[in-house]
Ligand binder design. Structure first.
Ligand code: NAP
Ligand code: SF4
Length: 674
């Protein structure tokens, strides 16, 4: 008998696909990790997927695998084109199939996004995000590409997978054939929409013909291209219907081409913003549909299913953050979910800089073999001083290993820099990380002593001392820097000080950008999908092609100048995959970027600066100092004087360019070594 889950009845309803049944409605979305190309990487990959399968996810879709050399995402990226490559995939499927989870391999042909000289496309039009110009496929080339998809699917079956996902979205090869903007062919593969969409339909037919009826075929369909010259809504529907007819089992949602200038997965995208588009297609086709993008907590996932917008929900990054997301949800342990905050810092930013993916909030991700939780042989008493990201992560990781941990925090609340980050509009997800840590501190019986700075004498009693006292804002040292107009970013973002209508922000690093963003918005503005879509020109009514329209005019709260001394592009240190979003948001709100600036003085008139040999005064009401940080190491110095050894982590160890990713990683490394 099928008992409904008391809180998440839709999430935990099995999905019967006719020839096989998925244990729940949760799909782990495709995500390249970098392990695919590492030597012996498949053993690590198998462990990585197995941990998510142990966490009870219904269906896993692997990272993209090319069906041939031209389809590589980058040189020598993973490919499945011959029998010799099958055994390494077997390691993955065998380990996953010891559980109730199913696993599909994603077949991804990158087309003109392929970062290599062999890339091909419907037409020889270079992508704006790639320096390699593709070769236009010949008719014979198109035929053999279809055959390569079918061959890859056949090998996938041989490797023990339960199915494939055919990547038809995000602006990759199939999407390039569908869109007029990238397909200028005049043969049977180009021209009107029917001919442009022939490739995806024939690929699905060819794959179905080769793998038989009892094999899952997911088609990832671009439901919202978010580029000019993309599909219209009618075309999306027409294609979905022909994909259904061609023999697909499930249709997954694709949102936005990689070259689209609209954020689709970054943290400022409100949760579940794009589920409406999948919901719109629900009325048109009979196949199960999967909703995607910025679904990271159970309530949003359940709501999308309950409102019949979809039949499954896909999450990719949330499974890096927490492999046990599903089992925790099933058991009602929502407080214990380590939530993906959408920062991209350790996942996509790593992949785009050729490093193995991991996760800012879970540095064990993709390191399941190298860095498992191992119980300590001797349970030690450990004092951790500082309740910011480093101290919190170290306390929890050490306690999880069986140590007895006491955490000292000088403020009345734990969180440190996370408390500030959570106040930035579009960074509200940081409150989830704080909720998670608070729950873990309780569960792991860490003794938390708030408003307490321990004495050296008190610390000596512990077996190990960890100093994670973090950073303090660097003070500005120019004439008038003690003027009442001058405030620190901490004072601004914590709400201790209010800024006037015209503001100069000194320092254009991550915090300068955050402070500018804070100044432009109402402090209590909450994530609002409709507002977000209007601001970024996403057309819910799908009046034109690609689902885009003109963005609404910004109504900034203040006039903001963002300054730096360097002459380089402001925000050069921001994340690889998110920096452009911050820059374009500030520009749209009229922020004036000034580079190559020398700060001279501050007085009642404002901030006096020199730029290109010219002296001028910015007549501002407030000057916010975001000039980096310095380590807070007073306690560490006292321990040095007393010749007591300790461990130093996070910003207290090195303030330059410290961020939560490094702080948490160092915390885990230390906790594992103690
Ligand atoms: P940061 O990135 O080092 O930037 C500090 C800024 O202050 C620089 O723009 C620097 O530019 C300026 N500066 C340095 N010394 C100065 C001085 N004596 N007088 C005037 N200006 C000075 O540090 P942050 O902005 O404080 O950020 C700290 C860390 O948090 C960084 O690693 C950052 O990546 C991370 N973070 C990231 C994000 C994100 O969105 N990913 C958001 C917040 C923070 P000039 O020397 O050219 O003037
Ligand atoms: Fe999510 Fe950030 Fe972790 Fe990536 S690094 S999975 S975006 S929390």
């Amino acid at each position: 008998m099928n008992h409904k889950h008391p809180h998440y009845p839709h999430l935990f309803e099995p999905l019967d696909l006719g020839f096989t049944t998925l244990q729940n409605r949760i799909l782990m979305g495709s995500m390249h990790t970098g392990l695919e190309e590492e030597k012996n990487g498949f053993k690590k990959l198998a462990r990585y997927y197995r941990e998510r399968a142990d966490g009870e996810v219904g269906l896993i879709v692997t990272g993209g695998v090319a069906p041939n050399r031209a389809g590589w995402v980058f040189p020598f990226s993973s490919r499945l084109a011959s029998k010799a490559q099958v055994p390494k995939h077997r390691i993955v499927t065998d380990l996953v199939h010891e559980t109730g989870t199913k696993i599909c391999l994603q077949i991804l042909h990158s087309g003109r996004y392929g970062y290599h000289p062999f890339c091909v496309a419907p037409s020889a039009i270079r992508a704006p995000i790639n320096r390699f110009r593709p070769k236009a496929l010949s008719e014979k080339g198109v035929r053999s590409t279809i055959d390569d998809f079918a061959r890859c699917a056949e090998l996938t079956r041989l490797a023990g997978y339960d199915g494939v996902e055919i990547m038809g979205s995000e602006g990759y090869l199939i999407n390039q054939f569908i869109a007029e903007k990238t397909n200028r062919r005049s043969d049977r593969w180009g021209g009107d929409f029917t001919r442009r969409s022939r490739l995806p339909t024939e690929i699905v037919q060819a794959v179905r013909g080769r793998v038989g009826d009892d094999f899952i075929i997911i088609f990832r369909l671009s439901m919202l291209d978010l580029v000019k010259g993309g599909s219209s809504w009618d075309q999306v529907v027409t294609l979905a219907k022909s994909i259904e007819k061609a023999g697909a089992t499930i249709i997954n949602t694709g949102i936005g081409w990689h070259e689209a200038r609209v954020p689709t997965i970054a943290t400022m995208v409100p949760r579940a913003t794009f589920t409406w588009v999948t919901g719109q297609l629900k009325h048109e086709v009979g196949l199960p549909l999967v909703a995607t993008n910025r679904i990271n907590m159970p309530d949003e996932a359940e709501r999308a299913l309950a409102e019949r917008r979809c039949d499954m929900v896909s999450m990719a990054r949330p499974f890096l953050a927490d492999p046990h997301w599903v089992s925790k949800t099933r058991l009602g342990k929502i407080q214990d979910i380590n939530t993906c905050i959408g920062c991209n810092q350790a996942c996509l930013d790593h992949i785009f800089s050729k490093q193995t993916a991991s996760c800012l909030v879970n540095p064990r991700a993709c390191r399941e073999l190298e860095a498992p939780v191992v119980m300590a042989q001797v349970s030690k008493s450990i004092a951790v001083v500082g309740g910011g990201p480093a101290g919190l992560a170290c306390s929890c990781a050490a306690a999880e290993r069986g140590h007895r941990v006491t955490l000292f925090e000088k403020e009345s609340e734990i969180g440190g820099q996370f408390l500030l980050a959570a106040n930035i509009p579009g960074k509200e997800e940081f409150t989830e990380t704080l909720r998670y840590f608070k729950a873990q501190l309780g569960k792991l019986q860490v003794k938390v002593k708030l408003q307490t700075v321990p004495s050296v004498e008190a610390l000596v009693a512990y077996d190990e001392i960890v100093i994670a006292t973090g950073v303090r804002p660097r003070e500005l040292r120019i004439e008038g820097s003690d003027h009442h107009k001058v405030i620190s970013y901490q004072e601004l973002i914590s709400g201790q000080q209010e800024a006037g209508k015209k503001v100069a922000v000194i320092g254009a690093g991550g915090i300068g950008f955050d402070a500018a963003s804070y100044l432009l918005h109402e402090p209590d503005s909450r994530p609002d999908p409709d507002k977000f879509m209007a601001e970024w020109g996403i057309d819910r009514d799908y009046r034109g092609s690609g689902g885009i329209c003109a963005a609404v005019e910004a109504e900034p709260l203040r006039e903001v100048f963002l300054l730096q001394r360097k002459t380089t592009k402001p925000g050069a240190t921001l994340g690889k995959t998110t920096g452009w979003i911050h820059r374009s948001m500030l520009k749209r709100n009229g922020v004036k970027f000034l580079v190559g600036v020398r700060y001279l003085s501050i007085d009642d008139r404002g901030l006096k600066i020199e730029q290109q040999g010219e002296t001028k005064t910015l007549e501002v009401d407030t000057v916010v100092v975001c000039a980096g940080q310095e380590s807070q190491i007073e306690l560490a110095s006292r321990l040095d004087e007393a010749e007591i050894s300790y461990h130093l982590i996070g910003g207290a160890r090195k303030a330059a360019e410290v961020d939560a990713k490094r702080a948490i990683f160092e915390a885990f490394e230390l906790a594992d070594a103690m």
